[in-house]
Design a protein around this ligand. Structure first.
Ligand code: CP
Length: 314
């Protein structure tokens, strides 16, 4: 693996899932691989899981870790080419990415969307600029449209907990008071299309995701209908894609309850708003996999970093 910008960077997803599970059982087996190597973890946005699990993954591989919150700790970065930098930005990405590349062996980056400028968000200007001007591999820790480390984690978690060969997995929209990005549902949908599951998406009308991503996946507007016979229910809020970044509904009837999911396992990427997205009774039950999911963030990141380090060592 040369980089991990999106799920297309995975050569063989089933093999990568297996490798992550092997790492989970023996996390320090490759402590020498990352010796004298450094990962630079750069954040434009907040994080709990991604930050700590990726740091832990790198340390499990023997790497050194540098972390910077770019919005608060560094100079304001300019991403436009040819601009006259007479406003707020003090440093161009061309210099910044080249300089950072001299200090680290892998750059990991988190940069959320604007949710106001669809074209700009879909361009993925920030992560693509780092990719263009850095001379080291770039790992996506959630960009404007994708969260591939989360999606790999989700696939690992389903693999570990599935009790039938082809489980039914339902991605359901759930209410939230704020407008949220599409990165998690986008990457989850793409990942479910890559593994052997019966995958269905349910959401209120007006919350259709990018059709280029949902492709042939069945979309059912009746949540009860979609949840029938589900083995895994993955809840997530997202804002409207067509009326970009808008909140169309906060209909509490879409909140996940035990009555709705019956015997299914519950998944969410976290952080989650209790009794908004999902009822306490679900999160506090043994049907909830959210803590196990968060644990798997480490091994998803470790599998990805290991592949990149091995490729660089060739
Ligand atoms: N799931 C996830 O990415 O969590 P953080 O935003 O806390 O990193």
């Amino acid at each position: 693996m040369q980089q991990y910008i999106d799920l297309e960077d995975i050569d063989n997803v089933d093999s990568l899932i297996e490798k992550a599970i092997v790492l989970k059982n023996n996390p320090f087996a490759h402590k020498e691989l990352g010796k004298n190597k450094t990962i630079g973890m750069l954040f434009f946005n907040s994080s709990l899981r991604t930050r700590l699990s990726t740091q832990k993954a790198a340390q499990n591989l023997g790497m050194e870790v540098m972390i910077m919150n770019l919005n608060s700790d560094s100079w304001g970065l300019e991403f436009e080419d040819g601009t006259v930098m007479d406003a707020c930005t003090a440093e161009h990405i061309k210099e910044a990415a080249a300089v950072i590349s001299q200090y680290v062996d892998i750059i990991a980056l988190r940069a959320f969307p604007t949710l106001s400028d669809k074209a700009k968000d879909e361009e993925e200007q920030i992560i693509k600029s780092f990719q263009k001007y850095a001379s080291v591999p770039v790992v996506n820790m959630e960009s404007a449209t994708a969260h591939p480390l989360q999606a790999l984690t989700d696939a690992i978690t389903i693999k570990e907990h599935q009790t039938k060969e082809r489980p039914k997995v339902v991605l359901t929209w759930a209410p939230h008071p704020r407008a949220l990005p599409h990165a998690v549902p986008n990457s989850f949908a793409k990942m479910m299309q890559m593994i052997d599951v019966d995958f269905v998406i349910t959401h209120p009308e007006g919350y259709e995701l990018n059709p280029k991503i949902t492709g042939d996946t069945p979309i059912v507007y009746n949540q009860d209908e979609a949840l029938k016979n589900a083995d895994f229910v993955y809840a997530k809020n997202w804002s409207s894609y067509n009326d970009y970044g808008q909140i169309k509904s906060t209909d509490k009837n879409w909140m996940i309850t035990l009555e709705k999911i019956k015997q299914a396992k519950f998944m969410h990427c976290l952080p989650v708003r209790r009794n908004m997205i999902v009822a306490d009774e679900v999160l506090d039950s043994n049907q909830s996999l959210v803590i196990q999911q968060a644990n798997n963030r480490t091994y998803a990141a470790q599998a990805v970093l290991k592949e990149i380090l091995e490729q660089r060592g060739k």
